[in-house]
Structure formats: C-alpha cells, structure tokens
Design a protein around this ligand. Structure first.
Ligand code: FAD
Length: 415
C-alpha cells in the first residue's frame, strides 16, 4: 500500500500537464508522477491540424511547458511509458516496463484515439494517416511532397478534417473532402454554418463532396482510389481519415469505473471510485448549464477540469461549471464557439462584416434561452455571448437583431 501522498496522472497532454502544475500551484506537497506513452515532450494539439501541418510554424511542436519546468516543479515525467494495469485494491499502476508505482490518488487523463472505420482495403492503403498526435503530423509532412502531384483525399468533414484540408491546400495539395452526411460539420453545427464553411473551402479550391459513404480503398497499377457506395471514386496519393475518436477508457474499465462513452464523473471530476478522477477528453461529466452529461473535446475543458481536481486534492471545494467553448482556424477565418447549440429551435444572425472580410455571428436559442453562439471573425460576439450565457439573463431578441444596437451585455439584456 502507498504510504505517501502520490498523485499518478495517466496522460501528459492538455489535461494531465495542466493538472500536474496546478497541483503544485494549489499547494499539493505529495509526489506527482505523470505518464505518457508518447515519447515527445508534451505539446499543444490544436496546432497539429493548423500551423504545425501547413508549415507556417516551424516543424517543431509547441511544448506545453519547457522541459526544465517539470524538474523544477518536481514532477516525475515518464514519457514513452504506457500504463497497462491498475490494481485498485493495492492502489498501484504497472507500466509497460513492468514497473509498479503506488498511488494515493489516480487521475485518468487518457484522452481519445482517432478512429479508422472499417473500410475495405484500408489496412493495405498507402499513405493513409489519422491526425491525433505529433508523430502523425511528422509522418504526414514527411510523406507530403508539394513538388510532386499530391492528391489528398480527406475522409470526414468535421473540424479536424476541414482544418487539415485548409492546411494541405496552403501547402499546394489538390484536396478532396468526402463526407458521409449531407453537409459538412453536420454533427457539430447548424446548416447555416455548414453552408458557410462549404463555400469557404470551395472558394479556396477544395473539392467538398457530401453524402459520400466511403466503402473501399483500391489500388490498380500503382494508382490508389477511394471508392464510395454511390460508385464514385477519387484518386489519392495520400488519405487522411478524420471521422472522430474513440475514448481511451480501457484502464477505467479495468478499474471497474462507470464508463459510458467516457469515464462517468461527478462535478468534481471524481469517478465512481472516490480516489480516482477522470479529466479532459476521456471524461463524461455533468454540465449544470445544460443539465445533462457531456463529453467534450476541447482544450478549455481539459484545462478547467484539471484545475478543479487540483483544488479538490488540495482540500478546497471546487466544481466544474465552465461553459464549453472551442475554436477553429481555417484560412483567414477564426471561428469561436461558446455553449452547446444542440436542441436549439431558432437561430438569429448578426452580420457585422466590413469590406471583404466576413464578420458575423449566429445566436442559438431554445425558446427564450440562449444556448450557444458561433462567432466568425467576431471576438465581440463571442465575449458578449459568453457573458450572457454565464449570467443566464434573458436576451432582448429585437435588440439582438438590430444592427444599430451595439453588442454589449447591457444593451442585450432584456429589461
Ligand atoms: C488535430 C487536432 C486539432 C485540435 N484543435 C482544437 C482546437 O482548435 N481547439 C480546441 O479547443 N481543441 C482542439 N483539439 C482538441 C484538443 O486537443 C483536445 O480536447 C485535448 O488535447 C484533450 O486533452 P486530453 O489531455 O484530455 O487528451 P489527449 O490530448 O488525447 O491526451 C491524452 C494522452 O494520454 C496518453 N495516454 C493514453 N492512455 C495512456 C496510457 N495507458 N499510458 C500512458 N499514456 C496514455 C496519450 O498518449 C495522450 O498523449 C484538437 C485536437 C486535435 C487532435
């Protein structure tokens, strides 16, 4: 059994690294052991489909913290090291080197892995990649040669698929995006936003094809074809699959934790076993604002949950009550989303574009309740939307639609 206070964190990405440092800030004096199977110094993931891929930034990944910071904060960082087993009775983990380490508290920050769906021939396909970690980006960049013909087919038009399309287009690729649903971003946003992003990509020369169910990847005489159920086929020198993720919840299952597309936690990120927590992409947690359980894939969620666990372990009362937000960069478009729009029954549009640069926002409501705001190149709408969501105040809808009313909390709150 563990004699000392030791927090073991499995996963050294946005959630795990934030937690390790936040524990020190919160005054935790016990040991901190931080594992990741990835051998690279923990790095930021959002740039992977953006600047790290397009080469605008350097090929180097952006570290979450400099290497010395871990030593200084007395964080025992074990990289290239997978945790394979947890023994909850004796409170220990065992890594792939057979080393056993005891914990007083265990935090699962294991995130998710990219899915490759069952597509006939995908296991033999040449230059087929997913995009989840730094090594994926390195492989894609090494394979991609803008001097040769580079026909890239991206399967899946979610945020990662579309950001990847924009980045590879900038690198000179001929890009086709195949989406099974009738519109891009169908799972995550409204038809209006889907239409905007479709047009944006088409204007940049990306071929977007929806209602395309990819069923096979065939190769004939050295030419690779991505084939769809409707008989269409697309030649591909490179294929990138961006159809979503599976939660890494094997360890949680092994521990006997409640799991349901994510490790089920309470508002303190505590799992069904009191000294085991789950944070970040792998956690399914209650959201007070929307009164349901959600699993979010966003940096903000990972960071905020880590702070809650650090406060909790330091003996203070903290709850995760943040309003979800997310961003996406494609070409010169910055999309900021606050809140969760699903279940909306009406949407209001505000266009504040000047010249050729679009700047607008969509405001999603259920009845009189504001659910979410999508802001395109419009930081003000995002900030005011966030404040309105936090205040839970009723919005004056006629003022919201009146472009002569400036975007401010005072102006938009119904009186
Ligand atoms: C290409 C890309 C672009 C993105 N863009 C944005 C964006 O613009 N905005 C935004 O908000 N979010 C974005 N995200 C999502 C964001 O990066 C994730 O929400 C965030 O990384 C979640 O952090 P996490 O620590 O929970 O999980 P992850 O980042 O998935 O990290 C989990 C870590 O756990 C490790 N691990 C798992 N199991 C074990 C084990 N048994 N032993 C040891 N280590 C283990 C894994 O190796 C991994 O490093 C993007 C993600 C990707 C992939």
């Amino acid at each position: 059994m563990n004699e000392v206070e030791r927090c073991i964190i499995v996963g050294a990405s946005h959630a795990g690294v934030q937690l390790a440092f936040a524990l020190r800030t919160a005054g935790w004096n016990g040991d901190i052991v931080l594992y990741d199977r990835d051998p690279l110094l923990p790095y930021q993931r959002p740039p992977l489909s953006k600047t790290a891929l397009s080469g605008e930034g350097t090929m180097k990944l952006m570290p979450l913290k400099p290497e010395q910071a871990y030593t200084k904060a007395e964080i025992d960082l074990r990289l290239g090291c997978s945790v394979c087993a947890v023994n909850t009775a004796e409170q220990s983990v065992t890594d792939d080197g057979g080393r056993k380490t005891y914990y007083s508290h265990l935090v699962l920050a294991t995130g998710a892995r990219a899915i490759v769906p069952p597509i006939q021939g995908s296991e033999r396909a040449k230059n087929l990649f997913t995009l989840r970690d730094g090594q994926d980006v390195n492989r894609i960049r090494q394979t991609f040669n803008p001097l040769q013909s580079s026909r890239v087919v991206i399967i899946g038009a979610g945020y990662i698929g579309l950001e990847t399309a924009a980045s590879l287009k900038k690198m000179g690729a001929e890009v086709t995006v195949l989406e099974r649903e009738p519109r891009v971003l169908a799972r995550v946003t409204s038809p209006e936003m889907s239409a905007f992003f479709t047009e944006l990509h088409r204007n940049h020369g990306v071929h977007i094809a929806c209602s395309k169910n990819v069923t096979a990847i065939n190769e004939r005489e050295g030419v690779q074809q991505v084939c769809c159920a409707d008989g269409s086929a697309y030649t591909a020198d490179m294929i990138i699959v961006g159809v979503g993720v599976h939660v890494r919840q094997e360890l949680a299952k092994q521990c006997g934790l409640r799991v349901h597309n994510g490790v089920v936690t309470d508002s303190q990120c505590r799992s069904s076993v009191p000294n085991i927590f789950a944070i970040g992409d792998c956690s399914l947690h209650p959201n007070a604002q929307y009164q349901r359980f959600v699993r979010l894939e966003s940096v903000q969620n990972a960071v905020d949950q880590a702070k809650v666990v650090a406060e909790t372990l330091a003996g203070r009362c903290a709850r995760y009550e943040a309003i979800p937000w997310f961003w996406s960069d494609q070409y010169d478009i910055k999309l900021q989303i606050v809140g969760l729009a699903d279940g909306y029954d009406r949407v209001f549009f505000r266009d504040e574009s000047e010249g050729n640069t679009p700047s607008f926002s969509y405001w999603y409501f259920r009845g009189m309740q504001l659910l979410a705001v999508d802001a395109v190149n419009n930081a003000k709408a995002y900030v005011v939307g966030t404040k309105l969501l936090k205040s839970n105040a009723e919005v004056n809808l006629s003022r919201l639609q009146d472009l002569n009313t400036s975007l401010s909390l005072d102006a938009l709150i119904a009186s």
